[in-house]
Design a protein around this ligand. Structure first.
Ligand code: SF4
Length: 261
């Protein structure tokens, strides 16, 4: 009942917004028809805004398609491209379910698109500006270490990937933390204030995390679930390491070689 009430509030606000918009358009149209100079000026302004919006959306769509097909980034359209990608997601999920596609397949595809766009953005950060954020279901269910409180509680016994993530965090001197859910993840991001995040989660949580974290650049890596959802999950550590390296400035050794290669 409570959830229904919350949904009704959102729906109500959408309907009120649409009614207000219709009222404004009707008023401007009425003023325009009466020949009032103000009406004409407002009508022209509204047309310019509408055309600007359409051009922005078309530019973003074109930039998105070019990026995904050719790998080229039109930097001036980066923001429009990202906004278009996120705006299309609910539509893609709806169309996909009409076509009988699994939602997780569509979400996984969206995460890949996001990762490619993030890579093309070429965001580079210092090690202490990167956070590896992992879900608690990576931890071996029988383990009693309180890694959600502090990931360093892990004894790296090798029974689950948490110890390996900690070793990766040590190797690259980046932050690592375990989140029990979206609220904790947001809290961690607020506390640690990373510039970029390598996030591990199921496809559904990744997509909502990506939306929540904007404008922070996030690379998403879907966990593997050989034991079913949310239980003793796994992650491809090579993929995690590649995402870390992709985000970090090169680190040169004494003879000039890149230590992160
Ligand atoms: S690697 Fe760490 S978190 Fe995983 S089971 Fe061992 S001590 Fe627990």
């Amino acid at each position: 009942m409570k959830a229904n009430g919350r949904k009704r509030l959102f729906l109500g606000l959408i309907i009120i917004s649409l009614l207000l918009l219709t009222l404004v358009v009707a008023l401007v149209w009425y003023l325009f028809r009466t020949g009032a100079p103000l009406g004409r000026a407002l009508w022209v302004l509204m047309m310019v805004l509408a055309i600007g919006f359409v051009l922005y959306a078309l530019g973003g769509t074109l930039s998105l398609v070019i990026s995904l097909i050719s790998g080229h980034n039109i930097s001036i359209l980066s923001r429009a491209r990202e906004q278009v990608a996120y705006a299309f997601l609910p539509l893609a999920l709806r169309v996909g379910s009409l076509l009988g596609l699994e939602k997780d397949r569509i979400r996984a595809s969206f995460v890949q698109v996001n990762n490619q766009l993030v890579s093309q953005g070429r965001t580079k950060v210092e090690a202490n500006e990167l956070l590896i954020l992992a879900p608690v279901c990576l931890q071996e269910a029988a383990c009693v270490r309180k890694v959600t409180h502090d990931i360093n509680q892990c004894r790296r016994c090798g029974r689950c990937p948490v110890g390996d993530l900690l070793s990766l965090a040590d190797k690259y001197e980046v932050h690592a933390a375990i989140a029990t859910g979206g609220t904790k993840a947001r809290q961690l991001i607020q506390d640690i204030r990373p510039k970029v995040v390598v996030a591990i989660a199921c496809e559904r949580d990744l997509v909502s995390g990506l939306q929540d974290s904007r404008p922070i650049a996030v690379k998403g890596i879907a966990n593997e679930r050989p034991n079913g959802p949310c239980f003793n999950t796994r992650v491809d550590l090579e993929e995690v390491e590649a995402a870390i390296v992709d985000f970090l400035f090169e680190k040169r050794g004494g003879s000039g070689e890149n230590l992160y290669q």
